[in-house]
Design a protein around this ligand. Structure first.
Ligand code: ZN
Length: 344
């Protein structure tokens, strides 16, 4: 169900989406057909049960539940053909549905090569082709962010960064890291170990946005989550995925302002994964960040899986009083300005 509220934008106004995962951004019909074409055995009777299972619009078992759905969509996208079709469908669909004309798509190529069976280069190349095709057919500028994973070995994460470098002049614009923590949800991830990879990516003109500060706003002890976010800021990233933890820490907000690091907020995603208690808490968080001058943009995290649309995210934040209409419009302007996508 879409979050209701007065529209913030005219129907033909162009929007920018800076935080959307390929695994959650492709419409269920395309995903179903891809799965069928590739002969993937599915634990679903028909299209409808498949569509319901890959949409967490009615909530999920926290971030773990979300990651479980991701594993399945990643399997369907685990071939060059699957990645090509998925990227094309996502970018084209977002333009048709939301007039998204600046679009960053993120995905982990090493979760789409069937455990090393498929060549990583072929997977990234297919994504680049999907992007090019979409930009040919629609007036869109789009880019790819390659994701590392917190559960990967340093060697595998390095392999992802090498692919990002190899394709950095062909559509890959940034690196990111996500995925479950190897020691469980309560464990802390040592982001500082990523410094050599971050530096190497930067040397090749890539930008950096990391998932951090998404969990922990209701933790009994929020300090480890705050510490993780400081580590990411120490790496001088350009943007942060979520980062809502900063609403509860003055020092983090001061650093975000001073370093001019943009937070990519995905409100409905935070509600669906129960990272945030309810709409009221989400509104408090966004209000606190915005009124304290933290640069932020509004995103979906993956509209098909989360069960939302970018325009609905903006409208919801205005309806809740988290942002004024003008602040929401500013967020979209900022998203265009701070996108890593540059005309090639
Ligand atoms: Zn995300």
């Amino acid at each position: 169900m879409l979050a209701s509220g007065e529209p913030v934008f005219a129907p033909d106004e162009p929007l920018a989406e800076l935080h959307a995962h390929l695994g959650g951004g492709v419409d269920p019909a395309t995903m179903w057909e891809l799965a069928r074409e590739q002969g993937i055995r599915m634990p679903y009777e028909d299209y409808w049960s498949f569509a319901a299972a890959t949409n967490i619009g009615s909530g999920t078992q926290g971030l773990d539940g979300l990651n479980h759905v991701y594993e399945f969509t990643e399997l369907i996208q685990s071939s060059p053909e699957g990645v090509f079709r998925a990227v094309y469908a996502m970018v084209g669909g977002a333009y048709r549905s939301q007039r998204i004309t600046t679009h960053e798509v993120r995905f982990n190529p090493a979760k789409r090569n069937r455990g090393g069976e498929r060549d990583l280069d072929a997977i990234v190349m297919a994504a680049v082709h999907g992007l090019d095709r979409a930009m040919l057919d629609y007036p869109v500028r789009a880019g790819l962010t390659l994701m590392m994973d917190r559960a990967f070995t340093p060697k595998l994460n390095a392999a992802v960064v090498e692919r990002a470098i190899r394709f950095s002049n062909r559509g890959v614009v940034a690196i990111d890291i996500g995925g479950p923590r190897p020691g469980g949800p309560e464990a802390r991830y040592d982001y500082s170990a990523l410094r050599p990879l971050v530096e190497r990516a930067r040397e090749h003109g890539l930008r950096v946005t990391f998932h951090v500060g998404e969990e922990g706003v209701n933790a009994a002890d929020p300090r480890p989550h705050i510490a993780e976010m400081h580590q990411v800021l120490d790496l001088e990233v350009d943007r942060i995925g979520h980062g809502i933890m900063a609403a509860y820490d003055d020092e983090l907000r001061a650093r975000l302002r001073e370093q001019d690091v943009v937070l990519e907020l995905c409100p409905t995603s935070n509600l669906r994964t129960a990272a945030v208690r309810d709409e009221e808490q989400m509104a408090e968080i966004v209000y606190e960040l915005a009124s304290d001058g933290v640069p932020l943009v509004v995103a979906t995290d993956g509209p098909e899986m989360i069960g939302t649309r970018l325009r609905a995210e903006h409208a919801m934040l205005v309806r809740l009083g988290a942002l004024t209409r003008e602040q929401a419009r500013d967020a979209n302007r900022r998203a265009h300005e701070r996108s890593f996508v540059r005309d090639r």
